[in-house]
Design a binder for this molecule. Structure first.
Ligand code: NI
Length: 261
């Protein structure tokens, strides 16, 4: 059975403080082949890097989440640029717009979204996009930045299938996780049916968004088989096919060697 690639996790989060080492050490033997720990702030990016230096199968991304951009400076951006050259840094993220938590003000979020896209372009890294209640502005900024030349993933995808078409046309992957198993996730199920399997990557966004039957609990990569199962049913293919194709997609997204570690 092909192992699972978790393209988006936050094992640096304090929710894992009690058992992080034990849990991370146990993942490869339980079918989790690779994990990308995604920075959401400068400090979590630093933690993600440390984890990547500790675990062979774990990689990381450097980035500042839209809701954390208020304090960002040009010096910080320069530091991030240097981090992109770290041997296990595979992307710039997560970056984007979040109008659900409408803070800091939209102009500040937009400014740092654009700045981090430019950084990714300079450093030749794909981007991990966080976009919530901000579909139009996200698409507009990605278009203005010619994001198809940068590449990346729309993580924890939450918009319509029509909107997914816009991001697919820009060459982006669509990140899908635990929400796919929620009974009320009609829109995401429609999107998953619409997006070609070759353009979908699996993610936990842990500790958040655990799939059914663990909904509401702390999420971790070990619950991804529930997402694989849900996606296999929607696509009418085997779970092994979902594992294999999404592994290949993740490797393409993050421009890594294709081998199983
Ligand atoms: Ni995230």
């Amino acid at each position: 059975m092909t192992p699972i690639f978790d393209t988006h996790a936050h094992y640096d989060d304090e929710a894992f403080d009690t058992d992080r080492e034990e849990l991370l050490a146990s993942l490869p033997a339980q079918g989790i082949g690779r994990v990308v720990d995604v920075g959401a702030s400068l400090s979590s990016s630093r933690q993600a890097k440390k984890l990547a230096e500790q675990y062979g199968y774990l990689y990381w991304a450097v980035g500042v989440h839209p809701n954390e951009t208020a304090e960002l400076t040009e010096d910080d951006l320069e530091w991030m640029g240097r981090q992109c050259r770290h041997e296990k840094c595979v992307a710039v993220g997560e970056i984007g717009l979040d109008y659900h938590w409408d803070e800091p003000e939209r102009d500040i979020q937009k400014k740092w979204f654009a700045a981090q896209l430019e950084l990714a372009r300079r450093e030749k890294k794909p981007v991990i996009i966080h976009s919530r209640d901000a579909a139009k502005d996200t698409a507009d900024i990605l278009t203005a930045q010619r994001a198809w030349e940068i590449g990346g993933v729309i993580h924890c995808y939450s918009y319509t299938k029509e909107m997914a078409g816009v991001f697919l046309d820009m060459g982006f992957f669509i990140g899908i996780g635990g929400v796919l198993t929620f009974q009320n996730a009609k829109k995401l199920k429609e999107t998953a049916a619409y997006v070609p399997l070759e353009r979908i990557v699996l993610e936990t966004d842990c500790p958040y968004l655990a799939p059914v039957p663990n909904r509401g609990k702390r999420n971790c990569s070990l619950y991804l088989p529930y997402v694989v199962d849900a996606l296999a049913q929607i696509k009418g293919v085997s779970q092994e096919e979902v594992r294999r194709v999404t592994w290949e997609n993740a490797v393409r997204l993050y421009r890594m060697d294709p081998g199983i570690d």
